[in-house]
Design a protein around this ligand. Structure first.
Ligand code: SD4
Length: 302
């Protein structure tokens, strides 16, 4: 196909992540390798408080990370509520490739990562700790929408900036990765949609892939990414499928939906892509043979 390979990612920080993925894709590399390498960029970014290292902690001060990965053969791996390991996406891939399981959580996930030779480290940075202490003064859990403009400001209690990345390589194979520190100041033990196959990410190599960002509870309720892929299977374009999945969330809980952000991003087998969100302000990054740093404003219900 003329427009392959393609890699797309959620939010503005998808641009540098896509560039890293592109280094692999442009030389005929595998989509799976590209998405893992790509999302490791925001995982390592110290100025980013919503993914990986330097992520905001939970209510009790623990940085707990969620991630999953899925390949063109329907293999998948996931870690949830994992502490002290800087690259959860790599551990998710190791779960996929080195164990008979799909998902490891909490201490078991950290233990497995250590057994695989990954070093244990402290992920809470002084800046994130300061933001948490600030939050503790009121200790009010209220996610606020459209945080992409505010995510770098310390003290912001809100965030829903997960990176979800979808890639289709030169061979036409699709893979995806999704990684996050979850909602800032969540209850200890809370797991969002991002590490849940079918909710935060889904790939079907016959059809396409989808990923999500935003308030994970609403995505889990609707098995969002699986829904988007199934709608594409029935003939919808990526954008139409994302739009219908957003409408499903709104129809089910219209009052909740007014207050929150959820965005879906999808790609199909032809390399066509699209997105749709509840609220204005969702963006996604695209990288293909034409352009390596395209940022597109996602359409939205409100
Ligand atoms: C979650 N969906 O933990 C994640 C957060 C997120 O963009 O997407 N941020 O619910």
């Amino acid at each position: 196909a003329p427009n392959l390979p393609v890699v797309i990612s959620t939010w503005d920080f998808g641009i540098p992540a896509n560039k890293e993925a592109w280094r692999i894709l442009k030389d005929g590399g595998r989509a799976l390798d590209a998405v893992e390498a790509g999302v490791k960029i925001p995982e390592a970014d110290m100025s980013n408080h919503t993914v990986g290292r330097a992520g905001y902690p939970d209510r009790d001060g623990h940085v707990t990370l969620d991630a999953c990965i899925m390949d063109e053969n329907g293999n998948c791996g996931s870690v949830a509520a994992m502490e002290n390991i800087a690259h959860p996406i790599t551990v998710a891939r190791l779960v996929m490739e080195k164990t008979p399981h799909v998902m490891l959580v909490g201490e078991g996930a950290t233990q497995f990562a250590i057994e695989q030779g990954i070093k244990k480290e402290k992920l809470l940075t002084p800046e994130s700790e300061k933001a948490w202490k600030e939050w503790l003064k009121t200790a009010k859990y209220s996610p606020v929408m459209n945080i992409e403009n505010a995510q770098h400001k310390p003290g912001n209690q809100y965030n829903h900036d997960t990176i979800g990345m979808l890639a289709i390589d030169a061979k036409g194979n699709i893979s995806g990765a999704c990684t996050t520190s979850g909602m800032a100041f969540k209850l200890h033990g809370r797991v969002g949609d991002s590490p849940i196959i079918g909710a935060g990410l889904y790939i079907d190599n016959e059809v396409g892939g989808a990923t999500s960002t935003g308030v994970g509870e609403e995505v889990i309720r609707n098995v969002g990414s699986f829904l988007v892929v199934e709608l594409m299977r029935q003939g919808m374009s990526p954008e139409e499928a994302c739009k219908e999945a957003v409408h499903r969330i709104i129809r089910k809980k219209p009052e909740t939906a007014k207050q929150i952000q959820v965005g879906f991003l999808a790609i199909n087998k032809k390399g066509e892509y699209g997105a749709y969100a509840i609220q204005d302000g969702f963006s996604f990054a695209v990288c293909d043979t034409q352009k390596q740093d395209l940022l597109i404003k996602g359409k939205s219900f409100y």
